[in-house]
Design a protein around this ligand. Sequence first.
Ligand SMILES: [Zn+2]
Length: 294
Amino acid sequence: MGAHHPERPQRISAIEDQLIAAGLDSALTRFEAPLATDEELARAHPLEYVQAIRRAAPRAGTVHLDPDTAMNPHTLNAALRAAGAAVMGVDLVLSGKFSSSFAAVRPPGHHACRARPMGFCIFNNVAVAARHALEQHGLERVAIIDFDVHHGNGTEDIFEGDPAVLMASTFQHPFYPYSGTEDPASNMVNIPLAAGAGSKQFKEAVTKHWIPALDRFRPELVLFSAGFDAHAEDDMAMLRLVDDDYGWVTAQLKSIADRHAGGRIVSMLEGGYALSALGRSAVQHLRALAGLNA
Ligand SMILES: [Zn+2]
């Protein structure tokens, strides 16, 4: 994204470092993500948009797609692999080979709207995962859980009113991108949290709002938009979550997945910019996905 940009390559190595430090590294099976195809991307975006992004990719230097979102000569490949990881994660889990997958990818995706890049995001990775599960694997109900500190406006743009998808989210409000609170569609369980809110308010939102809606919806697959920027140490925003909250919320959703979805969970990295907190929180998320917190 350019020099001094918070969405930086070190985010991935920070997660790797903490996985090793936590002793989780050896418990994981690793895959290299393939490039997403136009067909896979066009389930979430108009094909014209996908082609416009391909044309926008520079041979040298940097082009800005919006004030926060840039492409250098490597960005297109990274964005295609991030979306390809979504497809692969769904395939690995729905084939029964693995109960869950986590994609440590950049750029993130949940601000990418149907036909607009935004907020560090180019392709909406979790939307590509959801549509792959619905259209390629024939599922009928998929839940998207978004605990990033920013509202996943792109995911909402793609799925609002879609009865096959229930999106449950928490986000700081009022805050970028200033969406999610005005008359959301009935398949959007949007719970805004005020600046300064922490574990207590987050757990209340999950317990009182997400869980009952998810039990009524009975998802066949649970997808995470896993952004870790609501952590207290992350100065991108002003929520006050701690490491353990990420293990807790993941365990709550694992129970939902166990009840309704045969335990199947696919998680995509979104935000998280305080490197140590990002890595530690991702470890809590993965430990809970693997059932190691019990
Ligand atoms: Zn975010």
